[in-house]
Design a protein around this ligand. Structure first.
Ligand code: GLU
Length: 296
């Protein structure tokens, strides 16, 4: 059904060249934006300034232009909006939901190795054992004074308790999102943010995180439908939790299947997926590529 106010977005990170998997995601966004009679925005998720490069952004723009995908002309670059993310983090801090974490990767690995029963997050990484959650305020102040830059973690138990209380008070239902597909009925999916434990919401080296930035941008840009790969489906639980904590609307979501290589691995830089510009240099036309990817 066409919804004139539908707004979708494609949100690559300019830390490398686009590959066929990105093309598939961008084309899926284009098709669904058209089906909903809506607009399609382009966002550069470039909070990690040590890995993102202007040359990669140029290359992404060239590839998308070549593919013939029409985006709204205004591009949002996350690196220009750190103050928006800081405001959200302040809100969470004011709610008493953040704590500084001084642990190094090595310290966490040792704590986890000492306790094999530590559960894993959906990515298979051991949940943070909560070491710094228990630090006394005086000890936190002492370490901050020493100049050790901390990461900031979400106190998941406190966050869930607050969201549940608010839901009771406001008569809201359980945390769930509307998952829509192409040619299948939409369904509600229950969110399970607890699977992520005390996640990092502001990194030691970057004053935000993917989770905070994406949730803030989706709200500020009025995104009504998020279309992205199924590898991010588990992260959506966390995004719903942040939306509830920050009083932001929850868009609909469509997590599309991923292009995989012969070994069944999703296409990515680490599996040496072919860059789109290399495919283009081979002389394939945009319409032939669209056809091959199922968008003929
Ligand atoms: N920047 C993310 C990526 O390139 C996409 C995040 C999203 O669509 O929510 O994988």
């Amino acid at each position: 059904m066409a919804r004139p106010d539908a707004v979708l977005r494609f949100a690559p990170s300019p830390n490398g060249h686009l590959h066929l998997g990105h093309a598939y995601s961008a084309l899926t966004n284009e098709r669904l934006a058209k089906a909903r009679g809506g607009r399609l925005l382009l966002r550069m998720e470039d909070i990690d300034q040590s890995r993102c490069r202007a040359t990669f952004e140029d290359s992404i723009l060239r590839d998308l232009e070549w593919l013939g995908i029409a985006f709204d002309p205004l591009i949002r670059r996350q690196s220009e909006h750190f103050t928006d993310y800081a405001r959200a983090l302040d809100q969470l801090a004011d709610l008493g939901l953040l704590y500084p974490c001084f642990c190094t990767r090595g310290e966490i690995a040792r704590a986890v190795a000492a306790d094999p029963s530590v559960p894993r997050d959906p990515d298979g990484v051991a949940l943070y054992p909560g070491t710094c959650r228990h630090l006394a305020q005086a000890e936190r102040d002492r370490r901050l004074e020493l100049g050790t830059p901390p990461a900031f973690r979400l106190d998941m138990a406190k966050a869930l308790a607050l969201v549940n209380l608010n839901a009771l008070q406001r008569g809201l239902g359980p945390m769930a999102w509307r998952e829509f597909g192409e040619g299948i009925a939409a369904r509600d999916v229950a969110a399970h943010p607890e699977r992520w434990g005390d996640v990092i919401l502001a990194r030691r080296d970057i004053p935000t995180s993917y989770h905070v930035s994406v949730v803030i941008d989706d709200a500020l840009q009025g995104i009504t439908a998020v279309v992205r790969g199924e590898d991010l489906q588990e992260a959506t639980s966390l995004h719903l939790l942040l939306q509830r904590l920050l009083d932001l609307p929850t868009p609909d979501y469509h997590h599309h299947g991923l292009l995989r290589d012969a070994q069944g691995l999703k296409l990515s830089k680490s599996t040496h997926a072919r860059a789109l510009h290399a495919v283009r240099d081979d002389g394939i036309t945009p319409s032939a590529l669209r056809q091959q990817l199922g968008f003929g």
